[in-house]
Design a protein around this ligand. Structure first.
Ligand code: ADP
Ligand code: ADP
Length: 237
């Protein structure tokens, strides 16, 4: 099948520090791929390389290519705004903007200035429904997002990503700051979202990887092989 993302011999350096080395793998469409490995082994860098967010903080060097539906995302003619809309991201710590619930979800649509085919209200509602949050917030859309619980904030961040219609959703340890109930809700949500989205999730939790993913990529635990992929294949249940 035609992969959503095809990573070919990717190496990634922060200055002279190597974070990812020689990784090749396909991210299959409408599947959940889990990235597993010890702290510092390059999981986050790899994940953020997939929508070129890794290069925001530090000067980096990238070798190899990543193709998004056949197009090299490291080509100079890539539109980074468009790329990051198509490949959305959710972080470990929920990071809603200090604005209303509605404005958080509408943010991307407004910033990217694309007139929605449906009205903005409809886009916001659909995204909140997609993130399994609508019923909890529909009467409080004008209230600050910062008043929500951690789990609700994380689902809001998912809704914010969904509002701009991504093809891929990157999740960097999305549950590590959440309690078990909120974690379960996110895992259930992943199970629903996989029907129309491609998901890549970094987790340090093997049980979570086996619960939510179809494919698992193991990064090296060996100090001398930092940033290398040691195993990739269907998740064993
Ligand atoms: P993981 O997600 O597996 O914990 P990271 O991708 O965060 O690993 O980090 C991989 C390596 O890259 C580590 O040695 C880390 O210190 C380094 N690193 C991560 N982010 C940066 C950065 N912005 N600047 C410099 N080095 C970084
Ligand atoms: P947008 O999706 O923001 O409207 P375009 O107008 O550039 O962006 O693309 C129109 C359609 O073509 C999009 O819906 C998208 O699915 C598809 N498309 C264009 N380029 C690519 C690409 N590199 N990878 C995947 N789909 C693409």
């Amino acid at each position: 099948d035609n992969p959503a993302l095809s990573v070919k011999n990717l190496s990634f350096y922060y200055g002279s520090q190597k974070a990812v080395e020689g990784i090749s793998m396909d991210i299959h469409q409408e599947q959940v791929t889990a990235i597993i490995g010890p702290s510092g082994c390059g999981k986050s860098t790899f994940l953020k390389a997939l929508n070129r967010i890794s290069e925001l903080e530090t000067k980096v060097r990238v070798d190899g290519t990543i193709e998004f539906f056949g197009q090299n995302i490291y080509s100079p003619r890539v539109n980074l705004n468009r790329l990051r809309r198509k490949i959305g991201m959710v972080f470990q710590k929920p990071n809603p903007f200090p604005m209303s619930i509605y404005d958080n979800v509408a943010y991307g649509v407004r910033v990217f200035g694309r007139p929605p085919r449906a009205s903005l209200d409809e886009v916001v509602e659909a995204a909140l429904r997609g993130a399994a949050l609508w019923d909890e917030v529909k009467d409080n859309l004008g209230k600050s997002a910062l008043g929500l619980s951690g789990g609700q904030q994380q689902r809001l961040c998912i809704a914010r990503a969904l509002a701009v219609k991504p093809k891929v959703l990157l999740m960097d340890e999305p549950c590590s700051a959440l309690d078990p109930i909120a974690t379960m809700k996110i895992e259930e949500l992943i199970d629903t979202l996989r029907q129309e989205l491609t998901i890549v999730i970094v987790t340090h939790n093997m049980q979570q990887a086996s619960r939510v993913s179809n494919y698992t990529a193991f990064f090296s635990t060996d100090e001398s092989r930092i940033g290398q992929l040691v195993e990739f294949g269907p998740t064993s249940q």
